[in-house]
Design a protein around this ligand. Structure first.
Ligand code: NIG
Ligand code: FE
Length: 416
């Protein structure tokens, strides 16, 4: 990759999302997709050095990078190019499955009831603790490959199925060894009560005294997350966690307002998090504050579908100027699907999001949610040459559930 010069030519439509990037993912319209018909993209050492209409491309552009002799020309056959998708919220490293619980839920038991009986997250914790690191690695890599085939070039992965230092470390280490996309590792130790502690408070004491500082010291995670909800972590415990994460210099995200209006969003916003995720029950003044903040609202409609919940107030958030991201929330409990097309269709059908907003949410918005907007999410000079090649027009994206029009996924100018 070092010093390699590549000219991707005969691009039918290049969606740079330059406009959406300039607006930092807020109030995005179709014009902000910044579509260039019949385009060329030049990549050097994995970064974009030029992107524009073929008519304006000249070999002189290559001169500073070794000239035409050094360049590899890659014709894309008139296909469409979009920024690589950024999957900004997944729980991808786990063992076992919860298909049986899904049946129970569909027959009337609630997510919280199953959790209170030791099922739910705790059942995945048992399977994940038992699995060896190599076993987890194989399972996780298959799942990563499934995302790459859908055009994903940046992937966030949370821990949270260990609930003790050793297994949380095992999960984050597996995550860091996955091949393909850029990986962002999130420590989600406070995901549930832990089988090793009598209550949430004593587990949080352990996290604050030992697990979180050690995570930071050993640089095992890039950021942190916590599940704030009735029956899970309350506001006081969450506040203590945020305060320490901030002190340790770890960026913050949080699962908030997923099942009820519990107050997690308002609390989290005091700590300037990168993202607040789910926000199904956010409303009123808190919604307004979120919209005006630097925090990205990560919307996860596949889990709302599986939990038969309502959907987040996307229209209100967007109209008030919020930056939104979309993601699968892939996990064995509330969202066993990895399908980006399903998420995008739910956003359009159930949340009244416009196609341009959906596209921006999966790229520019999600890049912001991970603090990576300077490097990925849009195809402008200086950013990574991370993109997806489609065999159809961008208008066919997030239209047919299960159809994945991505023919090739490139990260840093290299085909994955
Ligand atoms: O984002 N609800 C908290 N975390 C996950 C679910 C994890 C699980 O049920 O295993 C979520 O929905
Ligand atoms: Fe989640």
């Amino acid at each position: 990759m070092k010093n390699s010069l590549k000219v991707f030519e005969n691009i039918g439509e290049l969606l740079t999302l330059e406009g959406a990037s300039r607006k930092e993912g807020r109030r995005v319209t179709e014009a902000d997709l910044s579509i260039i018909p019949d385009a060329v993209l030049v990549s050097h050492s994995g970064k974009i050095v030029w992107a524009g209409p073929a008519a304006k491309f000249s070999k002189d552009i290559l001169a500073p990078f070794g000239g035409e002799r050094e360049a590899e020309f890659i014709p894309l056959g008139g296909r469409t190019v979009t920024p690589g998708f950024v999957e900004c919220h997944t729980h991808l490293v786990f063992a076992g499955d919860r298909s049986e619980e899904f049946e129970w839920r569909m027959q009337g038991q609630s997510y919280q009831d199953i959790a209170a009986k030791g099922g739910g997250i705790l059942s995945t914790v048992r399977a994940t603790r038992t699995a060896s690191a190599p076993e987890l690695q194989v399972l996780a890599q298959e799942r990563v490959d499934r995302f790459v085939r859908q055009g994903v070039t940046t992937l966030e992965i949370k821990s949270g199925y260990g609930l003790n230092f050793e297994t949380e470390k095992k999960i984050l280490t597996v995550a860091s060894q996955l091949k393909g996309p850029r990986i962002v590792r999130t420590y989600l130790g406070p995901h549930s009560r832990s089988p090793d502690h009598p209550d949430l408070q004593s587990y949080m004491e352990r996290i604050l005294a030992h697990d979180l500082p050690k995570m930071a010291r050993e640089k095992l995670a890039d950021r942190v997350d916590i599940y704030i909800e009735n029956g899970f972590f309350d506001l006081a415990l969450s506040q203590a966690f945020f305060a320490q994460a901030q002190e340790l210099g770890l960026p913050i995200s949080a699962h908030v307002e997923q099942l009820s209006d519990f107050g997690g969003t308002a609390l989290a916003l005091q700590y300037r998090p990168q993202s607040v995720d789910h926000v199904v029950y956010v409303s009123g003044e808190t919604l307004q504050k979120l919209a005006q903040s630097e925090t990205t609202a990560v919307l996860l409609p596949a889990s709302d579908l599986y939990l038969k919940m309502r959907y987040p107030p996307a229209r209100e958030l967007l109209d008030q100027g919020a930056r939104c991201a979309l993601s699968t929330d892939f996990n064995p409990g509330t969202s066993p699907t990895q399908d980006l097309s399903l998420v995008g269709v739910l956003a359009r059908v159930e949340m009244k999001m416009k196609l341009a907003e959906v596209l921006s949410a999966f790229t520019v918005g999600a890049a912001h949610a991970l603090g990576l907007a300077g490097a990925v999410g849009s195809l402008t000079t200086g950013k990574a040459s991370d993109f997806a090649v489609l065999d159809c027009s961008w208008r066919e994206l997030f239209y047919a559930i299960g159809r994945h029009p991505v023919t090739d996924t490139y990260r840093a100018g290299e085909k994955l």
